[in-house]
Each structure stands twice: as structure tokens, then as C-alpha cells.
Design a protein around this ligand. Structure first.
Ligand code: PLP
Length: 466
């Protein structure tokens, strides 16, 4: 008699191509599902340094570091060795009920050297989304513990990206992440996106724009009541929302209002942390004073899934007391503090230190930003922006009026597809923005290669609509 397993494999039709099996069996996240059914997948088979290779062997410069995450680049044998060693020694043990494991302890200690929040403790998760979801719960738990249970509402912003769980998708300020999902939106308030190029009014200066955003926050606090607002979530710069840099003086205008009203600034460093802006953390680049911080992605350079929340002592102490009354602190994932993920993250941070990767990113930034600036004159580019080793090109049909292309043209997708033809991975974001965010190990020659391929991709896309 055949086993259920062998029957299953036969039904997969082993003769079918990988592409066909993808089309038959995979549910792709964040994908135009109908478009995917027509076009089929691009299947990666390996990576080395800043390059990835598809299943036909074609080489691409990975200009997006995957999803803003492969900071140390591909094929780092040292991380593979550490993962294998940890799997052999001790593959898994939970942190529940006070049990611990050496890699998690070492990672928390290592992060306490990096993170600019004195005395922070670190709660580990598996993704940026679950970490931000934990943040929502933690700020509420904290306010409950100090006798302010009314402080529940969360402030976020248009264009923000904080994840895809029920709570964090509600924080995310992008329509595609809300529509049809039936989220719990009623305790989230979205403020105006700090995107001066799009949200600035005709004749308004950048400082007037910042003042307007400050006044908006004042009005929202007045309307909702400070006693009802727990936290303000902010990426130092917005990544997936369009590589949006805060306008000059933005956090300096916002922060005193938050502090005066006991609203916690939750710093979502999932994209920025560990060198992306040319400093260890985006909050340092923009003078933010975070209460708490969320990290993921470059924490392990994406070799394994892991995220971390930094919890300051002023929050931890009342949380500890309140949890004592309940019996336990009732939050945690099976894989919070997974020893393999923690061991890889520790080694990843050590390699960053040993190789001076943050300084390298800062040193490469002028060449990288200069290369992108040269593209500002391209007929398709309405606005070019960036800092450190991250940049964005906002595409427009008319530079003068800043008019966008009709959505049906899918211009940023055209550019991304044309770049693939050229052997470069970039990302099309909502709002016709092309994002670039290479591994932090990129060198000057590779920056030139990236810029050349991006320019040819833009040219190809332009031709396709002329
Ligand atoms: N926060 C930010 C700023 C992000 O960019 C992302 C993902 O891109 C997330 C949170 C969610 O992280 P994840 O996709 O690991 O759940």
C-alpha cells in the first residue's frame, strides 16, 4: 500500500518544471497574484557577495539587499558555520519559564553594547512584524501597569510600514495592506506622511511643512486626549512607504510634544538599524530620542529570521511588577530567542565590528548618493533622495507639475523589470518609487555598476512608453 507521503509527491508531478510547481502550489506574499500567474516566478538559486544568480545562471547585482536586509552580503561562510555548529550543539530551547540559552544571553548582551537605550533588555522574535506587534502590547501593558489603562491609541503616519499582523498592518499607512483584510483600525490614528515632495503645499517651505505637521500632532493630542494615547510609531526614515526622509527638524518638532504628553516614541529601526544610514541606528542620524526600539533584518543579515525589541528599564520595572501579580508575563513565541538565530545574529554583529562595516557604509555613502544624484536629471525622475546606502527615485510623467503616471502604466514596475533585464535588482514601491538599498559591503566599482544598470533600466522603461 502506498503511503500518504508518496501519493502526495506523485500528485506534485515531479516532471513538472519548478516554475509550474511554483504556479500550482505557492501562495506568494506581497505579489500581484494575477500578474504572477501570467508571468511566472523568477527563481533565485544562489548568491555571493552583492550578487545573486537565477536558476538559468544569470548574475544580478542585488540592489535591494533582498528586502533591505542582507547587509553582510550573500554566501558568508562564517555565518553558515556558526549556524551548523549551533544546530549540532543545541538546536532549540525556549526562553519560557526562565529557561535560557547561551546564544540568546550573548545576543542580548551584545545588543546592549550597540543600542543607545541605557539598561535596555531585549525581547526576541522572528520578524519585524511580530516585534512591532509586541511593541503595541508592551506599551499598553506598561501604561496599564502604571495605572493609566486609558492610554491605548497608537499614532502612526501615512506611508509608514510597520508590518502585516492585524495590529501592525493597521499601523502601516499603505492602502493595499488594509483593503479587504478587516483589520482592527479603530485605535490607530494616521498623521500626515512627512513626505515634503508630495505633501508640501504650493509655496510652503520645508520648515513651514514641519510646523504644520507639528500643529497637526498638537491638534490630534488635544482632540483624542493625551490620556488616551500610548505611543507614536516612527521609522527614522520610511523604507517600504517610498524611501521618505524626514524633513529637516521634523523629530525635533515632534519629540517635545510626545514627551510632554507621555506618549512613547517607538523607533522602528527594522530597515535603518546596523548601518543603513551610515550610522549604527537611524535614530542617531536624525536625533531621535526613542523610548523603545524594534530591530530585525540586518540583525542577522537575513541569514536566519530574528527580531528584537529593546525595552528600557522605566518600562521593564513596572511590567515585571504587573506580571508578578498575573503570575507570568503572558507573551512570547515558541521561537523567541531561538539559539540558532541568536548565534548567527551574534556572529553577524561581531563580523560587522571586525570589518568596520558601519564605517564602510558611511565611507561609501557619498559615492552611492552621488551616483543616484546623477540620475535626478533623467526624464522619468521627479525626485531623487537618500542617505547612507539607501535611496529612492520618484518617477513622474511631468517634472514641473510633479504629475504622476497613470497607475495603469505601472512605471516603477516597468523600471524594476527593465533593471532585471540589465542584471540589477531594485524594488518598485507604491507611488511609483524605485528603491535602492544594496548590501552594506558594496564597493565603489559595484556602486558604479549599479548606477549604470539603473540608468539603462530607466532608459528602457522610458522607451517603452514613448
Ligand atoms: N518595520 C519596517 C520598517 C519594515 O520595513 C518592515 C518590513 O519591511 C517591517 C517592520 C516588518 O518586518 P517583517 O517583514 O520582518 O515582518
Amino acid at each position: 500500500m502506498r503511503s500518504a507521503v508518496s501519493t502526495h509527491w506523485e500528485s506534485c508531478n515531479l516532471n513538472a518544471s519548478l516554475e509550474q510547481q511554483d504556479l500550482d502550489h505557492l501562495f506568494h506574499p506581497c505579489t500581484d497574484l494575477a500578474g504572477h500567474s501570467r508571468a511566472g516566478p523568477l527563481i533565485w538559486s544562489r548568491g555571493e557577495g552583492v550578487y545573486v544568480y537565477d536558476s538559468a545562471g544569470k548574475q544580478y547585482l542585488e540592489g535591494m539587499a533582498g528586502l533591505w536586509c542582507t547587509a553582510l552580503g550573500y554566501g558568508e561562510k562564517e555565518l553558515a558555520r556558526v549556524a551548523a555548529e549551533q544546530m549540532e550543539t543545541f538546536c532549540y530551547g525556549p526562553l519560557f519559564a526562565g529557561k535560557s540559552n547561551e546564544p540568546s544571553i550573548r545576543l542580548a548582551a551584545k545588543l546592549s553594547e550597540w543600542v543607545p537605550i541605557d539598561g535596555a533588555r531585549f525581547l526576541f522574535g522572528c520578524s519585524g512584524s511580530d516585534a512591532n506587534d509586541a511593541q503595541v502590547k508592551l506599551v499598553r501593558y506598561y501604561f496599564h501597569a502604571i495605572g493609566k489603562p486609558g492610554k491605548r491609541k497608537i499614532l502612526s503616519r501615512g506611508n509608514a510600514y510597520h508590518g502585516v499582523t492585524v495590529a501592525t498592518a493597521a499601523l502601516t499607512g499603505l492602502p493595499a495592506f488594509h483593503k479587504h483584510f478587516g483589520l482592527a483600525m479603530d485605535e490607530v490614528i494616521h498623521l500626515t506622511s512627512p513626505h515634503f515632495y508630495r505633501q508640501g503645499r504650493p509655496g510652503e517651505s520645508e520648515s513651514e511643512f514641519v510646523e504644520r505637521l507639528g500643529q497637526e500632532l498638537e491638534q490630534v493630542i488635544e482632540r483624542e486626549g493625551a490620556d488616551n494615547i500610548a505611543a507614536f510609531f516612527a521609522e527614522p526614515l520610511m523604507g517600504a512607504g517610498g524611501v521618505i526622509l524626514p524633513p529637516e527638524g521634523y523629530f525635533q518638532r515632534i519629540q517635545p510634544l510626545l514627551e510632554a504628553n507621555d506618549i512613547l516614541l517607538v523607533d522602528d529601526e527594522v530597515v535603518c538599524a546596523f548601518g543603513r544610514t551610515g550610522q549604527a541606528f537611524g535614530c542617531q542620524t536624525y536625533g531621535m530620542r526613542p523610548a523603545t526600539m524594534t530591530m530585525a533584518k540586518a540583525l542577522s543579515s537575513a541569514y536566519v529570521p530574528i527580531s528584537a525589541v529593546a525595552v528600557p528599564p522605566f518600562m521593564y520595572e513596572p511590567i515585571e511588577k504587573a506580571a508578578g501579580e498575573v503570575g507570568i508575563f503572558g507573551h512570547g513565541l515558541t521561537y523567541s530567542g531561538h539559539p540558532v538565530a541568536a548565534a548567527v545574529a551574534v556572529r553577524n554583529l561581531e563580523l560587522m565590528e571586525e570589518r568596520g562595516l558601519i564605517n564602510h557604509a558611511a565611507a561609501m555613502a557619498p559615492a552611492f548618493q552621488g551616483a543616484l544624484q546623477r540620475l535626478a536629471d533623467h526624464p522619468l525622475v521627479g525626485h531623487q533622495r537618500g542617505i547612507g546606502l539607501i535611496g529612492g527615485l520618484e518617477l513622474v510623467a511631468d517634472k514641473e507639475s510633479r504629475q504622476s503616471f497613470p497607475a495603469a502604466e505601472k512605471m516603477a514596475f516597468r523600471v524594476a523589470a527593465a533593471c532585471l533585464e540589465e542584471g540589477l535588482v531594485v524594488r518598485a514601491l507604491p507611488g511609483d518609487i524605485v528603491a535602492v538599498c544594496p548590501p552594506l559591503i558594496i564597493d565603489p566599482a559595484q556602486i558604479e555598476e549599479l548606477a549604470g544598470k539603473l540608468e539603462r533600466g530607466l532608459d528602457r522603461a522610458l522607451k517603452s512608453v514613448q
